[in-house]
Design a binder for this molecule. Structure first.
Ligand code: KIV
Length: 284
């Protein structure tokens, strides 16, 4: 089979122009990255959601740049062909344009990412513009922005009312004008997503924001029942790997306990003459 071609900005824009949906998933580790690349996923986000899905924190706020780089490197090793996006963690871009450029550069230099993503609207437009001016493709993130969950009143639908929806619509244009190559819309009403997509000249990606966008994102752990605390409504479950794993682990515990593991096929023997010599050597 021919090797998959590397996904580039022209590849993504071609899909966008031709109305072909762009696929995007989160990913945090090497084996999952390998499978996602094999499956033909276009864009892979090493999200700071790894703070919850991989590190067991209650929010994304404790995640550091070093955490992100370590996971992004593993994902790049597993998925050399995808468009790889490093998610800027909390307080690595909010303090200043300089901090934003410096930390975005780390994703590119240390983890071979293709782009970064940052949360926020008009208040982050100068960070977006600075990163893009430094030659780094940057994705915006509007709607439910988990790093601001406290200010937004929790993990809930954003832009339900006309006034808040209008602000999100305006923010999308501001980010586009600041140079964003794409914008992720998380948990806004489907018609708000449609309006933004129709007004945009860049791909709009939906996470729980309906089908009218230029592409879709899912959190990998939600797709396969791998996050034990909850599965959000916006996720579709494609298989319950969590249940398969838990049942396998219970079987393992039971089989070691009752002696049925390991079986003969799980270990190696030794020739009698070698074993006899070993014993003689130990006795002498
Ligand atoms: O960290 C992440 O996975 C994200 C998604 C929720 C969009 O930013």
């Amino acid at each position: 089979m021919a090797e998959r071609k590397k996904v580039t900005l022209p590849t993504l824009y071609k899909k966008y122009r031709e109305g072909e949906a762009i696929t995007m998933l989160t990913c945090y580790d090497y084996p999952t990255a390998y499978f996602q690349d094999e499956a033909g996923v276009d864009m892979v986000l090493v999200g700071d959601s790894l703070g919850m899905t991989m590190l067991g924190y209650d929010s994304t706020l404790p995640v550091t740049m070093d955490d992100m780089i370590r996971h992004a490197q593993a994902v790049r090793r597993g998925a050399p062909h995808v468009w790889l996006i490093g998610d800027m963690p909390y307080m690595t871009y909010q303090p200043s344009v300089e901090s934003a450029i410096r930390n975005a550069g780390r994703f590119m230099a240390e983890a071979a990412c293709d782009a970064i993503k940052l949360e926020g609207g008009r208040e982050m437009a100068d960070r977006m513009a600075g990163i893009v001016a430094a030659g780094i493709p940057a994705m915006g993130h509007l709607g439910l922005t988990p790093q601001s969950a406290s200010a937004l009143g929790g993990f809930r639908l954003q832009g339900k009312g006309a006034e808040t929806a209008r602000r999100i619509v305006e923010d999308a244009k501001i980010l586009e004008e600041a140079g964003a190559y794409s914008i992720l819309l998380e948990l806004v009403p489907d018609r708000v997503c449609q309006v933004i997509t129709e007004r945009a000249n860049i791909p709009i990606i939906s996470l729980g924001s309906g089908p009218q966008a230029s592409g879709q994102l899912l959190i990998y752990h939600d797709m396969f029942g791998l996050y034990p605390k909850f599965t959000p409504k916006m996720a579709r479950v494609y298989g319950n790997a969590g249940e398969v794993i838990l049942n396998g682990l219970k079987d393992y515990v039971a089989e070691v306990t009752d002696g049925s593991f390991p079986g003969e096929e799980n270990y190696f023997g030794m020739k009698d003459e070698e074993f006899d010599e070993l014993k003689r050597g130990l006795e002498g």
